[in-house]
Design a protein around this ligand. Structure first.
Ligand code: NDP
Ligand code: HSE
Length: 421
């Protein structure tokens, strides 16, 4: 039986879940997978975490050099989070021939290329299933099961925290901040939750997933990003009147040889399969030229779901005799990426309630070839909330129209602009 020594970097949410699965499933993994995995080191600066897992605090140290020097350790699994020291530790490990498993999507999406070069240099493996959509095995599906397709699009709910918040706001009429606190307590949120609510976490995941889909490195700086922190309950309510559910979507598309990549709140029709994905669940919908639509659904965050993805990578890595290296084409930002896109839109604004107001706003939309599908006015004293549904138009066109509308003296505020898919 192949014996495999593992070091865990971090014993927080993901590290804790991983440790629990590796210990509780040790015998089962030996029997079914033919590898005997031992956790030889746990690196964490917080020794108190040992208690929760019935571990001797002496088992936890901060001595990464000891891990590097120990020939029994062949796999290092990282869940510190942040860029440093994770990046430096993993580069050193790979160059020393130790394989890496990571959940750290921020570091991975920003430093994938150099990690891969180090993996080649050290003849080591680089595995990252847990970086994208937690427990959902989307990376393995894209790398091992879609070779008979060109992938045309990927659309996903890839952040558990924001999906949890939007679900509770819609179903229970709760406000944003109280639900965010709950998601943090449940271990879904990042250390700094702005990474979740401002869409950075989804952007890191989309960078990784769309690179795998389109076989070209999709850097984070070509991804349009907008989060949910300015979403108001009232927009979710108005949207539902039109038969829409609000989701934070990560979208990647191949259009005439150009990649379009964006993260933003999106109204989707209630009968879209992604609309029924609730709570911290994630789902990813891929469209391939030959298979058509494929959807994967599961828990996108939390200790055991993410630990499940990490353990799967550790087992897979331990079973390889030669590690596979990704190959990506070179990218040229101007030639390969689309910087504009087409959508329908929901626009809510507060305006002065007097004759001629609607005509002025409609004329401004018209000036930029933006066509109104429907208008609903909710009257109030002296001012009115108006919701416009806009036909499919270019993002660049509606941006110009909204900029001019904001400057009209009859418009008090443009409260929200939400893309409708
Ligand atoms: P936690 O904060 O729960 O755990 C991280 C642990 O690592 C903490 O105990 C932390 O100590 C320790 N640590 C961090 N840096 C160091 C260091 N330099 N030296 C020693 N110990 C260190 O984070 P999570 O487990 O939630 O997340 C870890 C990673 O996994 C992140 O990259 C995250 O994006 C990713 N991830 C998280 C998921 C989740 O559901 N939570 C799901 C998928 C991926 P201290 O507490 O003192 O900071
Ligand atoms: N903070 C992330 C989320 C963890 O809420 O989805 C999983 O990557």
């Amino acid at each position: 039986m192949k014996k495999v020594g593992v070091a865990l970097l971090g014993l927080g949410t993901v590290g804790g879940g991983t440790y629990q699965i590796l210990t509780s499933m040790k015998e089962k993994i030996k029997q079914t997978e033919g590898v005997d995995i031992d956790v030889l080191y746990i690196i964490d600066r917080n020794k108190d975490r040992a208690k929760k897992f019935g571990l001797d605090p002496k088992m936890i140290s901060e001595d990464f050099d000891a891990v590097l020097k120990d020939d029994r350790v062949s796999i290092i699994a990282e869940f510190f989070g942040g860029i440093e020291p994770a990046r430096t530790y993993l580069l050193k490990a790979l160059k020393a021939g130790k394989s890496i498993v990571t959940a750290n999507k921020e570091m991975f999406s920003k430093h994938w290329h150099e990690l891969e070069l180090a993996a080649v240099e050290g003849n080591a493996g680089l595995y990252f299933e847990a970086t994208s959509a937690g427990g959902v095995p989307i990376i393995r599906a894209l790398t091992e099961s879609m070779q008979g397709n060109e992938i045309l699009s990927i659309q996903g709910i890839v952040n558990g925290t924001t999906n949890y918040i939007l679900t509770k706001m819609a179903d229970e009429g709760r406000d944003y901040l109280s639900v965010l606190k709950e998601a943090q307590d449940l271990g879904y949120a990042e250390a700094d939750p702005t990474a979740d609510v401002d869409g950075y976490d989804s952007m890191y995941k989309l960078s990784i997933l769309s690179s795998l889909c389109f076989k070209k490195r999709v850097p984070i700086d070509v991804i349009y990003r907008e989060g949910i922190s300015s979403i108001e309950k009232i927009d979710i309510e108005y949207g539902s009147r039109f038969g829409y559910t609000l989701k934070l979507l990560a979208i990647g598309k191949m259009n005439n040889g150009k990649i379009e990549a964006r993260v933003h709140p999106s109204f989707i029709s209630n009968d879209n399969p992604l609309a029924s994905v609730k709570g911290s669940f994630n789902a990813v919908l891929i469209n391939g030229t030959n298979v058509g639509d494929v959807m994967l659904y599961g828990r996108g965050a939390g200790d055991l779901p993410t630990g499940s993805a990490i353990v799967s990578d550790i087992v897979f890595c331990a079973q390889q005799t030669k590690h596979k290296v990704m190959r990506f084409g070179r990218v040229n930002v101007e030639e390969d990426f689309e910087d504009d896109f087409e959508c329908e839109y929901y626009v809510r604004m507060n305006v002065v309630d007097k004759p001629g107001v609607l005509a002025k706003i409609a004329a401004t939309f018209g000036k930029y070839e933006v066509s109104i599908n429907s208008v609903e006015q909710i009257a109030a004293k002296g001012a009115a909330d108006i919701v416009f549904m806009i036909h499919k138009t270019q993002e660049s066109a509606i941006s110009k129209a909204i900029k001019e509308i904001k400057s009209l003296d009859i418009v008090n505020k443009v409260n929200s602009l939400i893309r409708v898919l």
